[in-house]
Design a protein around this ligand. Structure first.
Ligand SMILES: Nc1nc2c([nH]c(=O)n2[C@H]2C[C@H](O)[C@@H](COP(=O)(O)OP(=O)(O)OP(=O)(O)O)O2)c(=O)[nH]1
Length: 167
């Protein structure tokens, strides 16, 4: 049996990771996940992920890199995860979710993730922490500009509530 792939995004913006709380089905409702959905037959994973994030959250995204691994879900389905950069739009819980949260790399333990998402979330947080040390990702960049190349950056200047500057 070929397994069907569920593609999910570790969506980054302003040095934080997006968590989405499922509203359905009943057995998953209330638990947090990386947003995404089922890949259509013949669809490239990167294309499917951009499509799902547009449908579910109303945002445009750019897929960055695969987080190595493949995690079993319900029988016949596996989860694969990519890091994703938010390009434009403000994520809204349009489908499948009833709440969204931006979490700093040291805050990912604040929500009750689905078990199957935990390894990818841990790796996404690690990458975010590592990346945050070498680039200025502290300030929110949800307006679409993502080239913090000049100026001092002052990562704490923006309204982002949960950005840590240490480390
Ligand atoms: N999107 C997503 N689904 C996950 C994750 N972890 C996990 O167990 N799942 C499960 C929940 C669902 O049973 C399945 C994904 O289905 P979905 O309902 O999000 O997919 P979809 O948007 O394509 O919806 P549909 O075709 O069923 O209408 O995988 C995750 O991190 N992201």
């Amino acid at each position: 049996m070929t397994e069907r792939v569920v593609v999910a995004g570790a969506v980054y913006d302003g040095g934080r990771l997006l968590a989405a709380r499922r509203s359905a089905p009943a057995e998953l409702a209330g638990r947090w996940e990386l947003p995404g959905g089922k890949l259509e037959p013949g669809e490239r994973p990167e294309d499917g992920l951009v499509r799902e994030l547009r449908e579910e959250l109303g945002v445009e995204t750019e897929v960055l890199a695969r987080i190595p691994g493949s995690w079993p879900l319900k029988p016949g389905y596996v989860l694969q995860v990519w890091t994703v950069r938010l390009v434009s739009g403000e994520p809204r819980p349009l489908e499948d979710h009833d709440a969204l949260r931006w979490l700093g790399p040291d805050e990912t333990g604040a929500v009750d993730w689905l078990e199957q998402d935990r390894p990818a979330v841990a790796e996404a947080a690690r990458l975010l922490r590592e990346h945050g040390r070498t680039t200025r990702t502290g300030g929110p960049s949800r307006t679409g500009h993502a080239s913090p190349t000049d100026g001092d950056g002052h990562p704490g200047d923006g309204p982002g509530p949960s950005v840590r500057r240490d480390g």
